[in-house]
Design a protein around this ligand. Structure first.
Ligand code: HEM
Ligand code: HEM
Length: 199
């Protein structure tokens, strides 16, 4: 686990931003889907299932990679409570990234619906056919989606606080990364950017 790097592993950064696009799409497709009774419902659901399963596949790649490559340390001057909140919110984000697709897959299984990902590929049911279980999971899918949305907004606010106000390099650790300084640096390389990286 490399905790000395100031940045997340490039593959983790790529997966993070891919998942951001997919999760936002899912939240809006989900809400759009349940707000329409028209023919768009079927197309939106046909989009919702494979994207949801893609998120599950990506988090299955992302979590082991994250555990193997570690995370850059948060700035020393960040209050301990804020560091704990950041850690806790990341754990919750990971849990939700697993829970939402699994609940979606599980609720369709319990409802007796096929979990069709593409035209030729249908996933097997992961739960027995049980309408009461379906009702519970259907409710859970909505409630957790709303909590997920709130958590993402808080996460976005924290990211912007680091990027625009504290300018402490945390935002950059998940975006472009920090500029590498070669072992033999010339005087010219000692810019403020490399000594005290801005976000
Ligand atoms: C990160 C993944 C996911 C997110 C963020 C998400 C989000 C949502 C949202 C916001 C809704 C609307 C809830 C409401 O307003 O009541 C919804 C509904 C639904 N989702 Fe998901 N979902 C995800 C994964 C999945 C997966 C993987 C499946 C199935 C394989 C699935 C199947 C459904 C179904 C069947 C509905 C309800 C349709 C209806 O009752 O008419 N979801 N989802
Ligand atoms: C769908 C929305 C999002 C999800 C599910 C998500 C998920 C995550 C997770 C799980 C981490 C922890 C990384 C790790 O330790 O492996 C993280 C970190 C981070 N995210 Fe997001 N994220 C989302 C949206 C955003 C947005 C919109 C921004 C910025 C505009 C952002 C900026 C960051 C930054 C800067 C970090 C590093 C924070 C740190 O090291 O404490 N994320 N994100």
């Amino acid at each position: 686990m490399n905790r000395r790097s100031p940045d997340f592993h490039p593959a983790l950064r790529l997966i993070h931003w891919l998942m951001v696009a997919l999760v936002f799409t899912m939240l809006f497709v989900g809400v759009g889907m349940v707000s329409t009774a028209g023919p768009a419902y079927v197309s939106l659901l046909a989009l919702h299932r494979p994207i949801g399963i893609a998120i599950l596949a990506l988090v299955l790649v992302r979590l082991p990679l994250r555990l193997a490559t570690g995370a850059p340390p948060l700035p020393d001057d960040l209050p301990t409570m804020q560091k704990r909140i950041a850690w806790g919110s990341h754990v919750l984000l990971y849990l939700t990234l697993f829970a939402m697709p699994l609940i979606g897959w599980g609720m369709l299984s319990a409802g007796g619906y096929p979990v069709q990902v593409t035209k030729g590929f249908t996933l097997p049911p992961i739960l027995p056919h049980d309408l009461r279980l379906y009702a519970v999971l259907r409710e859970a899918h909505t409630v957790i989606a709303l909590l997920f949305f709130a958590l993402i907004l808080a996460h976005l606010a924290a990211a912007l606080m680091h990027g625009l106000i504290r300018r402490d390099g945390v935002f950059r650790s998940m975006t472009t990364g920090h500029r590498r300084v070669p072992a033999t640096t010339s005087e010219h390389d000692h810019s403020e950017d490399t000594v005290r990286p801005l976000a």
